[in-house]
Design a protein around this ligand. Structure first.
Ligand SMILES: [Zn+2]
Length: 302
């Protein structure tokens, strides 16, 4: 008689049993945190005439469909469209669907190989934060990084890359910034929430950033835009990964002429169907367990 066949589990049976056990354990523990969809707009258009009407339509669409979003507003754009920004800020000031943050005064680049000095960067952000204070009575705690084309050389791999980029992070934290893109050599910037404890800033959250509309939508870099974005949302949903979506006021309203804002509606709808919870960046910052426990030393790059 073949004893082993009767008394020992085959490998296939062993794996099946282990998986069942693991599933049972998971069911007993608290449910895993829901995967998140972060929709943001970098609001930077200085085309005063062409962009007219954007805020009114956007607020009505986001409210009707209950789509939370963060708005990273550029100082120079806020000054050029002051009346429009003022009434937008006033309209949404008590509405948690709308999270208002910053995108520098003049689209300066953080984390570049060359680039302007840390003092010049500080002056530019400080100037933009002053505009926030003047128009809406408070300063932002979040910024998104801006691309500068080839002006400042190649982007670095993270704030950890050079002395200057470390000093840039110190400078931002000194201005009160508590949320910025995940920008670290060892981490996928489009997927992970991190903190910057290893660079001396455990109080600063890094948030995932990606799927910019200038690439997949305006530039059609990945083929049909609708097919592309829907497949990405579905795949990330299936893998249990968060998904960031970066829109621009001018790209949506002017460049692709989406006066109904059908793209943001489509993205939000697909996100909900794929099981994502839609959140603002500020809401992520409030959920400290999402980022404060991240340990760079334990992190294995994917
Ligand atoms: Zn920008």
């Amino acid at each position: 008689m073949n004893r082993s066949k009767n008394t020992l589990l085959t490998r296939r049976e062993f794996v099946a049993t282990s998986l069942a056990g693991a599933t049972a354990l998971t069911a007993c523990a608290s449910p895993p945190p829901k995967k998140l969809m972060l929709i943001r707009y970098d609001a930077e258009s200085r085309q005063k005439e062409e962009i007219a009407g954007f805020f009114e339509k956007m607020v009505s669409v986001h409210r009707a469909l209950e789509i939370p979003a963060s708005f990273f507003c550029m100082g120079a754009a806020m000054e050029m469209r002051e009346t429009e920004f003022r009434s937008f800020f006033n309209e949404v000031k008590d509405d948690p669907l709308f999270d208002i943050q910053d995108h520098s005064y003049s689209h300066v680049g953080l984390g570049y190989d060359r680039g302007i000095s840390v003092d010049e960067l500080r002056a530019d952000f400080d100037r933009s934060f002053d505009v926030h204070e003047r128009l809406r009575g408070s300063r932002p705690i979040g910024v998104t990084m801006a691309g500068t084309g080839s002006r400042d050389g190649e982007p670095l791999s993270g704030f950890d890359a050079t002395e200057k980029s470390r000093a840039e992070l110190d400078m931002l934290a000194g201005l009160g910034v508590r949320m910025i893109n995940t920008f670290h050599s060892n981490v996928d910037s489009s997927k992970a929430f991190i903190n910057y404890r290893d660079l001396g800033h455990s109080e600063v959250m890094g948030f995932p950033s990606g799927y910019g509309d200038n690439g997949w939508l305006r530039g059609r870099k990945f083929g049909d835009p609708e097919e592309f974005i829907l497949s990405q949302i579905k795949e990330r949903g299936e893998r249990g990964e968060h998904i960031p979506v970066m829109l621009h006021d001018d790209t949506e309203w002017i460049d692709v002429d989406d006066k109904e804002l059908k793209w943001v509606s489509l993205i939000a709808d697909a996100g909900r169907k794929a099981g994502f919870e839609l959140v603002t960046h500020q809401e992520c910052y409030r959920r400290k367990s999402l980022w404060a426990d991240f340990d760079m030393a334990q992190h294995k790059p994917s």
